[in-house]
Design a binder for this molecule. Structure first.
Ligand code: GLC
Length: 565
């Protein structure tokens, strides 16, 4: 898909839909979503009006971390399909005008990856072993880990090599895993790692993918000497942040945001640029402050980086205004668009998160015995948040199911949980399974039409029947209709390519009402408790109120797009 020489590249204002393949649609009835299932449901994405889809990992994997433990970067997991299915998906998506980006997981492999097997078989000190971060331990006989780092999922970040090989010469040797023990970290100082990944990029670019989502983009390079760190590893990963958005001083420790990582993205930028079309990378770079995050989207690095401070922001007008302003300024300073996102496969779905009165909380999952969110409040705010996000200049990512207003599964039985976070934290963290539940397509069918047999690899809550695609399809007041209308209107008015100017609606308090102009659209988000009157002369283009709010006002926790002169 080429573009006229004077047009901006597609990714600057694209709406991109994240598909979590295991949970999108199942074609063969085994209860696990697959690539042919995605092809069967492509119409849904076309009608939604998105520009592209991002596929979370579909590679061969023991599934120790939902596919983010990759055992072969250049193939498809048999449970999800074949390379031919992937080619068919690319062809069908492209024919419908949808671009496709795939997930690249360069920080670590699966312990089942042949590179790791090869490294373990290779002599201590050899180049092949040097593909991974394998280091001698400390203390008598190296019996203690090389440093005190903790895994993001809980527990130590090091595991003994001899526990896997049983070889005497490996006694006292340890391998690093920032995440699960079955996800050994690669050593990006190794030239072999760099050339192998260039080959992986070429493999997918040659097949026609439009780009890559780069997993843990801020983590590939570790500080020289791997020094101890007492700050914890969970502060800035997977959309999490221990800091108020826009806070000044953030030390991410020796595992994250090292300067050396940028050279990798510069080299990949050159590689992508050697292909026709506008191939793009989006980084999962959980980095603050915004100026540091913007370094990942400098003109010769990645094209996009998720705005996690926005995803994490409290439902509070002043906090949102601050995070939006700070991000636009920091990204604008390097000439990059901002990439907005409200949910993904790592966080509690925002329709549930926003249903807590205390919206500053960002737990790793919700369980049946936790305080339960207010579903109606959460949905009302989620619809308003969608209108806020889709009116902002830049690109936006949707996570599958948010267009249905899906909440988190907050009462999933613990016995069914699969997230390594749940196991490694000893059950302290519920983990991310609750946002990965198979989608409801057809209310009247078993498994809500997820697949032909009704099987689903995680159970769906009964009340999702009311949220199924076929139910919302014909309902003009549904969340699905709101997303379709918003994406169409955003495109017609080129909001993604516009400019934001903060505004104030007469008679309202900016502490409770967020308002801005983007082109000829005035966006009003009411985060207060009373109604906000639509300004004189403005025409309502779109509103998030589903429940017949009085014409002429924007209700509490609702948003509207208004046409103004
Ligand atoms: C990223 C992924 C997450 C995964 C982790 C380790 O944060 O989004 O799902 O667990 O990386 O690969």
């Amino acid at each position: 898909m080429g573009r006229p020489a004077d047009a901006a590249p597609w990714w600057r204002d694209a709406v991109i839909y994240q598909v979590y393949p295991k949970s999108f649609a199942d074609s063969d009835g085994d209860g696990v979503g697959d690539l042919p299932g995605i092809v069967q449901r492509l119409d849904h994405l076309v009608r939604l009006g998105v520009d592209a889809l991002w596929l979370s990992p579909f590679y061969p994997s023991p599934q120790a971390d939902g596919g983010y433990d990759v055992a072969d970067y250049c193939d498809v997991d048999p449970a999800l399909g074949t390379l031919a299915d992937l080619d068919a998906l690319l062809a069908r998506a492209h024919a419908r005008g949808l671009r496709v980006i795939v997930d690249l997981v360069p920080n670590h492999t699966s312990d089942a990856h042949p590179w790791f097997r090869d490294a373990l078989a290779a002599p201590v000190g050899s180049a092949r072993r040097g593909v991974y971060l394998i280091r001698p331990g400390t203390g008598p006989d190296g019996g203690e880990p090389p440093n005190n780092w903790q895994s993001v999922f809980g527990g130590p970040a090091w595991t003994r090599v001899d526990a896997l090989t049983g070889r005497g010469e490996d006694a006292g040797q340890w391998y690093l895993h920032t995440f699960d023990a079955r996800q050994p970290d690669l050593d990006w100082d190794s030239p072999l790692v760099r050339t192998r990944f260039e080959d992986v990029l070429r493999f997918w670019l040659d097949r026609g993918v439009d780009g890559f989502r780069v997993d843990v983009a801020h983590g590939l390079v570790k500080a020289e000497g791997l020094p101890d760190w007492d700050g914890g590893a969970t502060a800035m990963v997977m959309g999490g942040s221990a800091h108020a958005p826009g806070s000044e001083v953030v030390d991410l420790g020796p595992m994250f945001d090292q300067d050396g990582v940028h050279e990798i993205y510069r080299s990949w930028n050159r590689l992508l640029a050697s292909y026709p079309g506008d191939r793009a990378m989006v980084g999962e770079a959980c980095v603050e402050p915004a100026e540091r995050a913007a370094r990942y989207v400098r003109p010769d690095e990645m094209q996009q980086a998720f705005n996690f401070p926005f995803l994490q922001c409290r439902w509070d007008a002043e906090a949102l205004r601050r995070v939006i302003t700070v991000s636009l300024e920091a990204d604008g300073a390097v000439g990059a668009p901002t990439t907005w996102v409200l949910s993904n496969h790592d966080v509690v779905r925002h329709a549930s998160l926003l249903g807590w009165i205390d919206t500053g909380r960002s737990p790793n999952g919700i369980g049946a015995d936790d305080p339960q969110p207010d579903a109606a409040l959460g949905l009302r705010r989620a619809r308003a948040a969608a209108l806020l996000m889709l009116a902002l200049p830049g690109s936006a990512y949707l996570y599958q199911g948010e267009e249905l207003g899906l909440p988190e599964h907050t009462t999933l039985p613990d016995a069914l949980r699969q997230d390594p976070m749940w196991f490694r934290s000893g059950g302290r963290e519920r983990g991310r399974d609750g946002c990965r539940v198979p989608l409801p397509w057809e209310a009247g069918r078993p498994g809500f039409g997820f697949g032909p047999t009704g099987r689903t690899w995680l159970p769906q809550p009964d009340d999702w029947a009311a949220l199924a695609v076929d139910v919302q399809d014909e309902d003009a007041s549904s969340t699905l209709a709101l997303y379709r209308d918003a994406i169409r209107c955003r495109r017609e008015r080129a909001l993604g390519r516009g400019t934001l100017a903060w505004a104030q609606v007469d008679g309202t308090d900016p502490r409770h009402v967020l308002a801005f102009r983007n082109g000829d659209v005035l966006v009003v988000v009411n985060l207060g408790e009373g109604p906000v009157a639509v300004p004189e002369g403005a025409t309502v283009l779109l509103r998030s109120d589903a429940d017949g709010a009085a014409a002429g006002v924007v209700g509490p926790d609702c948003a509207a797009w208004l046409a103004v002169a």
